[in-house]
Write a protein that binds this ligand. Structure first.
Ligand SMILES: NC(=O)c1ccc[n+]([C@@H]2O[C@H](COP(=O)([O-])OP(=O)(O)OC[C@H]3O[C@@H](n4cnc5c(N)ncnc54)[C@H](O)[C@@H]3O)[C@@H](O)[C@H]2O)c1
Ligand SMILES: [Zn+2]
Ligand SMILES: [Zn+2]
Length: 390
C-alpha cells in the first residue's frame, strides 16, 4: 500500500510499505477515504520530537472497514467508520471512566497511545491507503453515508480536531455566557472557539498572526485578534472595555476562560522568527480573570530535540505560577478523551448542529503530501487544514 513516510527533518515521502493487516482477533483493517494533517504531525516533521525515519504519519482517519478479526462484533466489512486518534481498549479502569487518553492497555506499562506518533506506541499512521485498528470494537465509531459525500470533511474532523477543541472547553469549563480567549487559530484553536460558541459563550476572542486563519475565526463568529498589531492581552482588555463593562467590574476586563491551542512551538512575540514555549501561558496568566480557568491542549513535548532558549529538552518550563495562584486559576492539561466525546460530537454533526468541516482549506491525494506538509509547516498558501483522500 502507499503511505506518507517521515524520512527526516522537514521531509516526508510517499512510499510503498507492507499492507496493513489483521494481526489479532480484535483488529480490523480500514480502507482510508480521508486522512487529515495536524499540527501534531508538524512537531515531528520539524524534527522536534524524535520521530524515527520510516514512521508512517497520520492519526486522523475516516474510512470503510475492509477486513475484520474473528472476535470483532460491533462492525463488519463495508461499514463506514471514523477512528479516534488516541486509541483505547474501552475496558480498563480509565476507559471505564471515559478517560481514554490514559488507557492502560494500549501501551502496557504506560498510558495512552496514538497512530503514527513518536513516543506514543507502535501503531503505524493513517496517512495511507489502509490502517490496522486494534481494539476495533471500541475504536470504530460508525457513521452513515458514503465516502466522499457532503459530510466527509465534517466526519474526518471527528477523529481528532473537533474532539480536541471540545476537550479544551471541558478542561476550561466553558459555560454559557463565558468570555473566552483562544490562543492559536490553527484547526484546533478554531474548533475550540467554535465549540465555545456552540456552548453559548458570550464572547470569544481568537489570537494569531496568520491573516487567513484570523479571517476564518471571524467567519465562525469569533473576534480575531492579530498579535502583530499590539500586545494581544491589552487588545482584548481594550475590546472588552469598549464593549462596556458593568459598573464595579472594571477589573474583570480579562476573560473567564483561556485556551492554549498553540503548544511548545509558540512564536516569541518580542522576537519574530523565534520560538518561546512560555509565550502563550505567560499571556494567558496576564489575561485570565481572577478565578478563571485554563485549558491547555497545545502539545508540550516531554522530549524536545531542539529547544528554544526558554525551553528545555525534557519540557521543563518556567511559568508564572504565582500569578496563577494569586488569581485562583484552575488549569487543565492534556490529550483529548475520545471515548467521552466522539459519539456526542458525531451526533451534533449528523443533526446538522455542527459543521466543523468549514475549517478544511485543502484537499490532495497521498502524492500531494510532501507539498502540503511544506506549505502547512510554513503556514503558507492559506493552508489551515489539509485532508488527504487516498
Ligand atoms: N491535546 C490534544 O489531544 C491535541 C490534539 C491535536 C493537536 N494538538 C496540538 O494542538 C496544537 C495546535 O494544533 P493545530 O493543528 O491547530 O496546529 P497549527 O500549527 O495549525 O496551529 C497553531 C497556531 O498557533 C499560532 N501561534 C504560534 N505562536 C502563537 C502565539 N504566541 N500566540 C498565538 N498564536 C500563536 C500559529 O500561527 C498557528 O496558526 C499543536 O500543538 C498540536 O500538537 C493537541
Ligand atoms: Zn491531530
Ligand atoms: Zn483502556
Amino acid at each position: 500500500m502507499r503511505a506518507v513516510v517521515f524520512t527526516g527533518d522537514r521531509s516526508v515521502t510517499v512510499q510503498d510499505v507492507p499492507d496493513a493487516s489483521v494481526e489479532g482477533p480484535e483488529d480490523v483493517v480500514v480502507r482510508i477515504s480521508s486522512s487529515a494533517l495536524c499540527g501534531t504531525d508538524l512537531h515531528m516533521y520539524d524534527g522536534r520530537t524524535g520521530a524515527t525515519p520510516g514512521l508512517v504519519l497520520g492519526h486522523e482517519p475516516l474510512g470503510v472497514v475492509e477486513q475484520v478479526g474473528s472476535a470483532v462484533e460491533m462492525v463488519a466489512p463495508g461499514d463506514r467508520v471514523v477512528i479516534p486518534t488516541h486509541l483505547y481498549c474501552g475496558l480498563c479502569v480509565n476507559c471505564a471512566r471515559g478517560l481514554s487518553a490514559a488507557c492502560l492497555r494500549v501501551r502496557p506499562g504506560q498510558f495512552g497511545a496514538a497512530y503514527g506518533y513518536a513516543g506514543m506506541g507502535p501503531y503505524p499512521g493513517a496517512q495511507a491507503e489502509l490502517l490496522r485498528v486494534p481494539f476495533a470494537d471500541a475504536n470504530c465509531i460508525p457513521v452513515p453515508g458514503e465516502p466522499g459525500d457532503d459530510l466527509e470533511d465534517d466526519l474526518v474532523l471527528l477523529a481528532d480536531a473537533f474532539v480536541t477543541g471540545w476537550h479544551a472547553t471541558e478542561l476550561a469549563q466553558a459555560r454559557p455566557g463565558a468570555t473566552v480567549a483562544v490562543f492559536g487559530a490553527g484547526t484546533i484553536g478554531l474548533l475550540a472557539a467554535y465549540s465555545c460558541l456552540l456552548k453559548s459563550a458570550a464572547e470569544v476572542f481568537v489570537v494569531d498572526a496568520v491573516p487567513e486563519r484570523l479571517d476564518k475565526a471571524g467567519e465562525l463568529g469569533a473576534v480575531p485578534v492579530d498579535y502583530r498589531l499590539a500586545d494581544p492581552v491589552e487588545q482584548i482588555r481594550e475590546l472588552r472595555r469598549a464593549g462596556g463593562l458593568p459598573p464595579g467590574e472594571e477589573s474583570m476586563s480579562g476573560v473567564d476562560v483561556g485556551i492554549d491551542a498553540v503548544g511548545f512551538q509558540a512564536h516569541d512575540r518580542a522576537a519574530p522568527g523565534s520560538e518561546n514555549p512560555t509565550q502563550v501561558i505567560s499571556d494567558l496568566a496576564r489575561l485570565i480573570n481572577p478565578t478563571g480557568r485554563l485549558g491547555i491542549i497545545g502539545v508540550y513535548a516531554e522530549r524536545d530535540l531542539h529547544p528554544a532558549p526558554e525551553g528545555n529538552p525534557d519540557g521543563r518550563l518556567t511559568v508564572p505560577w504565582a500569578t496563577l495562584f494569586s488569581k485562583g486559576v484552575s488549569v487543565g492539561f492534556g490529550r483529548t478523551h475520545d471515548r467521552r466525546y466522539t459519539v456526542l460530537l458525531r451526533d451534533l454533526v449528523l443533526s446538522g448542529r455542527a459543521r466543523p468541516g468549514v475549517v478544511v482549506t485543502h484537499h490532495g491525494r497521498l502524492d500531494d503530501a510532501p507539498g502540503l506538509y511544506q506549505a502547512f509547516d510554513q503556514r503558507a498558501d492559506g493552508v489551515v487544514k489539509a485532508v488527504l483522500r487516498p
